[in-house]
Write a protein that binds this ligand. Structure first.
Ligand code: SF4
Length: 196
């Protein structure tokens, strides 16, 4: 049975056995009739495959993100179909675009309104370092006001790079202990940003 794939020149045979990959099981011990693993691993598996992004898009990188959400790249394949614009419902802040210093307090407030656990992805040169806008009015990197987990280089990054950055966030989320947010190290990081 062949299935037409719109973006491919050559039609591909649909094969559920090889074309569909299942989410890998967490590490654990197996035996006849039992499987044991760690709670952290199970929670990490669920979290990493159901990330709700909050796109904070201020300029051209946001357009590239729209392409990433479109049917060709389709971020929904990673369990992130549900993009939200309420900080209280989202766990991944995706900052894309030039952040003016006037906008910085707003971005910080959005971050503060997100519940733990939360992660931050900085997309593109502007969000990560101010980019080409080395001026008095532009924040020279969002890590001056909030902690960042992953940076995506590029001006703008291609959707493939966005997907790569997103998958690195997934790795972090999947491996993170459910207690990391209570760790002294994490608390110290937040305190260094003046966040309680
Ligand atoms: S990094 Fe480049 S593409 Fe992205 S917002 Fe800045 S100028 Fe635009």
């Amino acid at each position: 049975m062949s299935r037409p794939v719109r973006f491919n020149i050559y039609q591909k045979e649909a094969d559920a056995k090889t074309a569909v990959s299942m989410t890998e099981a967490p590490e654990g011990y197996t035996g006849d009739g039992f499987f044991t693993t760690k709670l952290s691993d199970v929670v990490g598996l669920a979290r990493k495959n159901s990330i709700w992004p909050l796109p904070f898009a201020t300029s051209c990188c946001g357009i590239e993100f729209m392409a990433t959400m479109g049917s060709h790249y389709d971020l929904a394949r990673f369990g992130s179909e549900r993009v939200g614009f309420s900080p209280r419902q989202c766990d991944l802040l995706m900052v894309m675009g030039t952040i003016a210093k006037k906008m910085a307090p707003v971005l910080r407030q959005v971050y503060l309104q997100m519940a733990e656990p939360r992660w931050v992805l900085s997309m593109g040169a502007c969000a990560s370092s101010g980019g080409i806008f080395d001026t008095y009015s532009v924040l020279q990197g969002i890590d001056q006001i909030i902690p960042v987990d992953i940076y995506i280089p590029g001006c703008p990054p291609r959707p493939e790079a966005v997907l790569d950055g997103f998958m690195r966030i997934q790795e972090l989320v999947g491996q993170e202990s459910i207690r990391r947010r209570n760790s002294e190290q994490y608390k110290g990081l937040l305190e260094s940003y003046g966040i309680q």
